[in-house]
Design a protein around this ligand. Structure first.
Ligand SMILES: [Zn+2]
Length: 299
């Protein structure tokens, strides 16, 4: 009995989330609270996949400032929009800090051998060292991997399968020792970067917007092969679900089974891994995340 309970616990996926991250919104904005609340509801109603739930802790200024300039933290307090699609919200610093803290907790859980997913907003991969942009305020994944390296990791890979290039992550992690960044995305497309590799450690797999499904899948497979060759001891995943065929922003070619396959492929690497939510704006987002989590759990 004990062994059965234990093995059930070990095979569960930890979801780090906080319904309070649904506390900000702007009418008509695609990055809306429903993304998280509907996903929580979907994951709570299912019984096929054992889950454990956790809420995020704290992130320190020191941890944030490895990725960001102090000026960005000051700017987040000024009530002016950051760009056309990145509004200022009251208390946005608190929401962004909670999302970054969840990424750090996900790192910790991965190091404990847990399967883990940070189901938070705002997303982070467009946030530059000194600038909020593209719905992103703090770069959650960059903060987490810089923490990993600062606390002893020697080879960390960031894998970004959001349909948009993770320009912020690339800019922050460029030439950072011990870290490699792999991003598969449409190009040319928002934010206009990612057409070629950058520095010695940022590897981009641009796919033309008109490419068919098999081309996109081939780019994903190639990037995963390269990631494997890098030989990471830890993999941090920027999990964006906007390459989905019916995503209102991405309008790309992937289906739920592709996200399941991505989860399985990352699981098959056999190294500690954590994922954080980036984009994904379709009403089917909860199903896409569920499919991915089943893959991550090795099903
Ligand atoms: Zn995106």
């Amino acid at each position: 009995m004990f062994i059965r309970v234990l093995s059930c616990f070990i095979s569960a996926v930890k979801i780090i989330t906080d319904e309070r991250c649904a506390g900000y919104s702007s009418y008509g904005h695609p990055e809306n609270p429903r993304r998280v609340t509907a996903t929580i509801a979907r994951l709570k109603e299912q019984v096929a996949l054992p889950l454990v739930w956790a809420t995020p802790g704290q992130v320190s200024d020191e941890q944030i400032l490895r990725a960001h300039a102090p000026e960005l933290l000051a700017r987040l307090e000024i009530p002016e929009d950051f760009d056309g699609d990145t509004p200022f919200y009251e208390n946005i610093t608190d929401y962004a800090r909670a999302s970054a803290a969840a990424a750090l907790d996900a790192l910790k859980a991965a190091r404990n051998g847990e399967n883990v997913f940070s189901l938070m907003r705002p997303p982070g991969h467009h946030a530059l060292g000194d600038r909020a942009m593209g719905f992103c305020y703090l770069n959650n994944i960059a903060i987490a991997v810089l923490e990993a390296v600062a606390t002893g990791a020697k080879r960390v890979a960031v894998y970004d399968f959001d349909v948009h290039h993770g320009n912020g992550t690339e800019a922050i992690l460029l030439e950072q020792p011990g870290i490699a960044f792999f991003s598969v995305h449409l190009y040319p497309f928002y934010p206009g970067t990612g057409g070629a590799n950058a520095g010695k450690n940022c590897f981009n797999y641009p796919v033309p917007p008109s490419a068919p499904h098999e081309t996109y899948r081939a780019a994903l497979a190639r990037s995963l092969d390269d990631l494997k060759k890098f030989g990471p001891e830890l993999v941090a995943v920027s999990a964006g679900f906007d390459a989905y065929a019916r995503d209102p922003l991405g309008q790309c070619v992937l289906e739920a089974e592709d996200f399941h396959w991505l989860g399985q492929s990352l699981h098959a690497l056999g190294v500690p891994m954590f994922s954080v939510l980036e984009g994904g704006y379709s009403r089917d987002l909860p199903e896409l995340i569920f499919a991915y989590l089943k893959g991550v759990e090795g099903r």
